[in-house]
Design a protein around this ligand. Structure first.
Ligand code: SAH
Length: 351
């Protein structure tokens, strides 16, 4: 891979330096370039720059390091999946979901993942590499351009960092991405419209509390206690259940945001009413919400979803114990399964 400068990775100050120092141009060019970048333009498309200047930029820099290789749109609900290609040929995936309040984009933070959760497709071959801030932002910019081409009124309104990868295992780039996507010069997406999902790296949660980026923290809990959590999430050996919950309480107190606990329901593992009972006990008194996700069975894994009745009984027990909870609605059921599966399917079909 050439080591060209990724313009989308630069903040306003860095872009200004690029323009004045690397290009030797006057300052106002930075604004012009930023305007093009957020619209997903290629360098060749930046028509208010001279052809000579565009050629010069193209030699040393790239605009968006991410391009949409394939897209698949659901006929059921308009959900659209993307397979993105990175400059080194790596593939990542994402999905845009249409809700009444706007489009929500799910983005990836790493190629692969090294957290090793037993139910997840993204981690099957480990972590390939971290994504740069520009590669995370590039997904948003590319998806935005793609959906606006279909309907000019659409735009990415909410972002969930719930694609492949563990955001807190790529901490600096994720924090930089959040500042970029939120900036006035960038897409100006509100931090309140962003959710970050983590398997629970306790020191990082505490560090993140102090960044002044009060996103919704989604904590992948998936169990009511250490014993079960350790069976399905290797990270549970590193951080005790109580410590994870305590870090979430601190996050909630510091940011004023309610934490969302994600709980994948797995048959014969964590989905019985007694588990709901225990979970409610552990979360008592906390400002939180539980998001129940019936397992999206991955073919390489030997785990199954519980029955609809089991899911309903689990939800009912949480409600009875005054824990706010919902079952995640399945979207785009006709286009693909759990995250990480599209990339795997594509890789196996094209090798
Ligand atoms: N590394 C982050 C983001 C992962 S993906 C994290 O662990 O939170 C977002 C959510 O999808 C996580 O809660 C993850 O545990 C869950 N998930 C992954 N594979 C799944 C599957 N096959 N079925 C249901 N949920 C799954």
């Amino acid at each position: 891979m050439t080591d060209k400068i990724e313009l989308l990775s630069l903040n306003a100050e860095e872009l200004l330096r690029f323009v004045t120092e690397d290009l030797g141009e006057s300052k106002f060019r930075a604004k012009q370039i930023a305007e093009w970048l957020k619209r997903g333009a290629k360098i060749d498309e930046m028509t208010n720059l001279s052809a000579a200047l565009r050629a010069k930029i193209g030699e040393i820099a790239v605009a968006n390091p991410v391009s949409i290789q394939e897209s698949y749109k659901s006929r059921l609900d308009g959900t659209e999946k993307f397979l993105y290609r990175l400059r080194d040929g790596n593939l990542i995936e994402g999905v845009v979901m249409r809700y009444h309040y706007g489009d929500t984009l799910c983005v990836s933070t790493q190629v692969g993942c090294r957290m090793g959760c037993a139910f997840c497709a993204s981690t099957l071959e480990g972590r390939v590499r971290n994504l740069s801030a520009g590669e995370i932002l590039g997904q948003v910019v590319a998806a935005n351009r793609h959906i606006q081409a279909q309907d000019a009124a659409r735009r990415v309104h909410n972002i969930v960092l719930m694609g492949s990868g563990e955001p807190f295992d790529n901490y600096d780039n994720v924090v930089k991405f959040l500042r970029l996507v939120n900036s006035d010069a960038g897409l100006n997406i509100s931090i309140r419209n962003i959710s970050l999902s983590t398997c629970g790296l306790v020191p990082r949660i505490d560090q993140f509390c102090n960044e002044g980026l009060p996103v919704t923290l989604s904590l992948s809990l998936h169990a009511p206690n250490d014993v079960i959590r350790q069976k399905i999430m290797p990270i549970a050996h590193a951080y005790a259940y109580e410590d994870v919950i305590a870090a979430c309480r601190r996050y909630s107190e510091k940011t004023g945001r309610r934490v969302v606990f994600e709980y994948a329901l797995i048959r014969n593992m964590n989905s019985e009413v007694r588990h709901a009972e225990e979970l409610a006990r552990r979360l008592r008194g906390m400002r939180c919400h539980v998001n129940l996700i019936p397992l999206n069975a991955v073919k390489e894994r030997n785990l199954e979803a519980p029955t609809k009745q089991d899911v309903a009984a689990f939800l009912k027990r949480l409600e009875l114990k005054n824990i706010s909870a919902t079952v995640r609605r399945e979207m785009g059921a006709d286009i693909d399964g759990a995250c990480g599966q599209l990339r795997r399917k594509y890789l196996s079909e094209n090798n």
